[in-house]
Structure formats: structure tokens, C-alpha cells
Ligand binder design. Sequence first.
Ligand SMILES: NC(=O)C1=CN([C@@H]2O[C@H](COP(=O)(O)OP(=O)(O)OC[C@H]3O[C@@H](n4cnc5c(N)ncnc54)[C@H](O)[C@@H]3O)[C@@H](O)[C@H]2O)[C@@H](O)CC1
Ligand SMILES: [K+]
Length: 494
Amino acid sequence: MHSSPHHRDLYTVEQVRALDRRAIDDLGITGFELMNRAATAAFAALCRHWPEARRIVVFCGPGNNGGDGYLLASLAHGAGMAVEVIELSDAPRGDAALARDTWQRSEGTSRHWQHDAPLPQADVYVDALYGTGLNRAPEASAANLIQRINASAVPVLALDVPSGLNADTGECPGVAVRADLTVSFIAAKRGLYTGQAATKVGGLQIDTLGLPEILWQGMPTDATLLEAMHLPPRARDAHKGDCGHVLAVGGDRGTAGAIRLCGEAALRSGAGLVSIATRNENLIALNSARPELMAHGVHGPQELQPLLDRADVLAVGPGLGQGAWGHALWLTALDSGKPMVLDADGLNLLAREPHRFDGHVVLTPHPGEAARLLGTTIAQVQTDRFAAARALAQRYGAVAVLKGSGSLVAHPDGRLDVCIWGNPGMATGGMGDLLTGVIAALLAQGCSAWDAARMGVGLHARAGDLAAHHGERGLLASDLLEPLRALGNGFAHD
Ligand SMILES: NC(=O)C1=CN([C@@H]2O[C@H](COP(=O)(O)OP(=O)(O)OC[C@H]3O[C@@H](n4cnc5c(N)ncnc54)[C@H](O)[C@@H]3O)[C@@H](O)[C@H]2O)[C@@H](O)CC1
Ligand SMILES: [K+]
């Protein structure tokens, strides 16, 4: 639930700090007052979410996040709950120290966390250890406490950010609290939506602390949540030539399945015609599996060229391999200058032979392919997925989709959208081949690379979520084909 009119806007931690400063300096609201509002909002969320809660334990860290915790503890105490505060040994400073005084004045007691001590029972744990100030992995004592919290069966409300999650990047440098509900203050921090966030955040509510609309005016944002997107309805008198012709290039020996899934996804996403350029050996299997795919055996560039000439859009890479055959086709496809989607070995070849595009090209790497394209490691990519996605787009002059939980779509000009749909059932072979086909079909129907990539990522994730109604575990890529068709023209916000 977002209470802000800017509910699609995502911010870096730096930008949220600037918003805080603006509220304090320009609107004259004190930091302590903001802390009070944060605690009030979080306590209201606690009561809504766990109406039966009578006993709570609040874990307070040394910074302002801990300050929010002390004030929440006072509110809960005032409301008649049994409240216990457990704090880390570092003494709070500034507003957090004032908040601690408030708690002590309300006759509250707190005790320091003792390594490996058993945690008191409670109806709800409140995590106020670290917020946006986390700048490294939680150290031994805090890490031990976080592990204890996660091992307990008590539900957890996280204040602002689950402690241990980097609110800027979605990475956890060490252990992090696994929350059931996170109430985040003032603005949506981008790190709550990608990377490891999905395993830590639980339900997410953004509370703008009653700050007025003008606070956000003119303030830069970093990214946007992917929301509703729709293709215009198909004209009643459309014919197949109006809907674009996709040529999918790939399917080396033994990998016919990849190119078939890509082609079928393009068909199910509305491409008028889909041709496949593949190994001769795959033709019988492809034709009998899906007669609507126009499969052609190609030995090399000469046979590929006439197919390229007839296509509007290319999907290059699924099952392509990086051998002489795949490499020759890849080079010919790139030379055509057609709008295209590059995936899988299409990307691995690009990492070997970098090329800058200047047109309607979409790259769809998973973190491993992204690491090769950027000459870095997977860990480095995941440490800051936002930076990695933008670096890919800028380096290659193409729209870049960085796949994985919370897929990112980056434009070379710096725009970036985050997709929060999809599910772990989609971590299986063939899912990427589908995405390539979906995006190619959208390009073929006239979308720009930016729109096709964003809408393709959204359709693919929503189709995955629909298909997962029958179970996440055991989900097959081909299970998404019918839902892709059912989604038809697009998707709306949840
Ligand atoms: N002043 C404001 O603008 C507001 C701040 N608020 C709260 O304040 C939080 C930010 O407060 P702070 O900037 O004080 O930061 P935090 O409270 O997130 O934590 C910073 C403290 O933890 C220490 N620390 C950071 N990483 C550590 C690690 N890995 N191991 C051990 N110690 C570590 C830092 O040295 C510092 O003492 C927000 O997340 C939010 O909860 C809210 O009260 C709303 C208003
Ligand atoms: K927290």
C-alpha cells in the first residue's frame, strides 16, 4: 500500500535523505517530530495487521531507526501492551537518545542484547535495529540477534527497512531480518524492490508521514515501478502482415527446445508471423511440435540472409551456441541493423566481441551474462543491480533487462523501471527463451525498444504469476504460453 501520489517513484537513500532534510529545513518539521510520526504510522500498521497482539518486543539499534523503535515502544506501552525493549550495546545519540529518554520516562526498561540469549516470547517482534544508515554487514552481536529473530516463529514488523538489507541496492552484505511486514517512511527506497529484498521485506507499506505534496515537487527520483501497460486493441480488419514478422535465430544441435520456446512465446504474444532459423536437424521436431512456426534449416550466412530480409524483428541467441555456426549467424544478424533482442549465447558472443548499438535493440542478460558483458563478477552485479543495468545500457547503447528477482529495465539515457512481479517457480530452464520471444513480438507490433522491454518483462512476470496458481514448484516455461495469450493486450496494476 502506497499512500503517496508518487507511488510509482523509487528513490535512492541519498534522495530520501534529501527529502528528510527538506522536511526539516523548509517545512520546519523537526527530526524528532518525523521520528514520532514514523513510530505512530508503524504502530498503527502493527495494530491493523496483528489486531490480537498484546505482547511485543522491540529491538533497537543505535541510530534513528532505533529511535523509531523506542517511540513505538512508548506508544504500545501507552496503549496497554506488554512491551520489552532489547537494544544493542552502542549508545544512541541525537534524536535516538531523546527517543530512548521518552521510552524510559514512560517507565519502560530496556536491556542489552546478550550473545546467544534466548529471545522472550511475544506476539510480534519489531525490528528497529538498522534502517537506511546500514553501511556494512551487521557485526557479530547484531548478526547473532538477527539470526535469533529469524529462527523464531514470532512474526516481525520491520521499521523502514528489514535490518541488514541495503535500502539503496537490495543487497544484503551479511545476515538480514526476514520481516512479515515492512513499513517504510517518507518515500519508497529502491532497494526494497529488487535483489534479495523479496526474501526479506514481506508485505510493504509506504507511509509519507503526512508530509505535504510540495515536499516531492522538483525532487529527483531514481527509478519507477513498472505498472500498467497496454497495447492498443488490434484493429478489427488486421491481417498478419500488420502484426510483424519475427525471425528467431538459434537452436544449435541439441538445443532446439530453446528456439522453439522463443518462437512460441512470440506467437502467443501477438506476432503476425514467426520464422525460425536453425540447424537442419531440428526441422522435423519443430514442424511437428508447432506447425505455426516457419522453421528453416540454415548452414550459414548465405541461407540466413533472405530470411533476415523478410523479417521485421530478430530474436538472436536462444540455443545459438558460441561455435562457428552460431558466431557466423550472430555476425550476419548484427550486420542487418534490424531491431532485435539478444539473449543467451547472443549475449555471450557480444561479451567476446563488444559492439555498440544505436537503435532498437534489447539485451536480456541474467546476472551471469551481465557479469560477462561488464567484465566483472556476478557478486559485483548483484551488489548494485541498478548500477549494473545502467552500465549495460550505456556501454552497449541498448535497452538492458537485468533479470532476477525484481527485474530491472534500463534505458541508455538513465531511465530505469523495476518489475516486482514474478515468482521463484520461474527459476527454471526456458523462461529466458520465452522472455526473448515476448519482447521480439512487441517490437514487431510497433513498440519502441524501451516499451517492448518493459511491457515484455511485465507480461512475462504476470504470466508466470498466473501459471503459478497451479503451483510454483514444477512450473514449466511452456505453462506460461496460455497465460501470455490470456493477458493479451497488457496488464494493469495489482
Ligand atoms: N531524520 C529523519 O529524517 C528520519 C529518520 N528516520 C529513521 O532513521 C533511519 C536512519 O537513521 P540513521 O541514519 O541514524 O541510521 P540507522 O538507524 O539506520 O543506523 C545507523 C547507525 O548504525 C550504525 N551502523 C550502520 N551499519 C552498521 C553495521 N553493519 N553494524 C553496526 N553498526 C552499523 C551506524 O554507525 C549508525 O550508528 C531511517 O531508516 C528511519 O528509520 C525516521 O525516524 C523518519 C525521519
Ligand atoms: K529496521
